[in-house]
Design a binder for this molecule. Sequence first.
Ligand SMILES: *Cc1c(COP(=O)(O)O)cnc(C)c1O
Length: 414
Amino acid sequence: MGELRKTDAAIADIAMRELKRQQETLGLIASENYASLAVLEAQASVLQNKYSEGYSGKRYYAGNQFIDDSETLAIERAKKLFDAEHANVQPHAGSQANMAVFYGLMEYGDKFLGLSLDQGGHLTHGSPVNFSGKLYKPIAYHLDKKTHLIDYDEAERLAKQEKPKLILCGYTAYPRKIDFKRFREIADSTGAYLMADIAHIAGLIAGKVHDNAFPYADVVTTTTHKTLRGPRGAMIMCKADLAQKIDKAVFPGLQGGPFDHAIAAKAVCFQEALQPSFKEYAKQIVKNAGALAGELKGKGFALSSGGTDNHLLLADVTNKVESGKVAQEKLEKAGIICNRNMIPYDAKSPFVTSGIRLGTPCLTTRGMKENEMKQVAELIGRGLAAKDDAELAKLGEEVRSLALKFPIYKDVKY
Ligand SMILES: *Cc1c(COP(=O)(O)O)cnc(C)c1O
């Protein structure tokens, strides 16, 4: 180590400042996490030097015997972790994984059914500015206006009426459990594929605190860097009969050479997630989110669906400040990092919003528990009530001292 600083002091400084930012702030972005040093090390390894287009045993270049071992390990561990019949660990990111599924299972112009994007769906679930909305025809189901829970009856009605090729569940900003069995029944009623995008909740499923999408889903996509706490990247799992379609869609359909260092790091992440300690981690994420939700409700925050079953919550902040945007900006000044987010049936635009999304995976990785969630809720409340920047800066000192009690990395330097 130390080579980066010798070669490029500018980038080493930036990495050092980013490390300091992570250590000294409270990260509440629901899609982020802090990967282990083992995961970081695998990613920084010589495995990144190899070209290995194709799959284990069927590569286009020579010299892949060790890369094959690494990819095979990643696949075997992924299958075990999620009880999957087949896994493809090559997708570079979640969006590419979703793109490969669409490309493999649908024709251009085919209809698919997904949750309305302003209510918790991902960009790749049919946004008009995304490939999913441009090349395919999205039909939206919604959340119930009152409860903010998935309206399964509407999804069923739409499925029967529209006959989509594929039904998509799994979200970016939905704080409740998903009834995969019910979605299976809906898919069966019209002969559609059922796809579950578990990018956000993969760690909760791996840790057995949420129900698995298998055996109900035909195909499951996930990122590996959110609750699963691995390297940036993704994978696709599916029933054995779809394996060939999925593999072909990833390569040669969409991607070239796989990121072998990232695949090795995915294998490390799956190994970590197979340990009993990961179950404790997943359990604690959910406990912390519940505790944070309870504390915030006690302070008069309105939570979408009234609370949470998973790692995130959506808080309407308009009874405290003007908008989600203002809340995000005020909190950032105090070192509390979150993102503004639309609340279901939000009257404000996606750029402004009425709410913020708060997630506990990062703080839980640092070792925080229910007691700290109480403090975090208190800090959030005071941050939104702060009169000016000076007050926020002062609050920031308290935030910093809480954060520093729970270091993320010891002995990392750039
Ligand atoms: C994060 C996310 C993705 C996309 O992942 P990227 O790696 O950012 O491309 C896809 N689907 C859902 C539900 C997500 O939350």
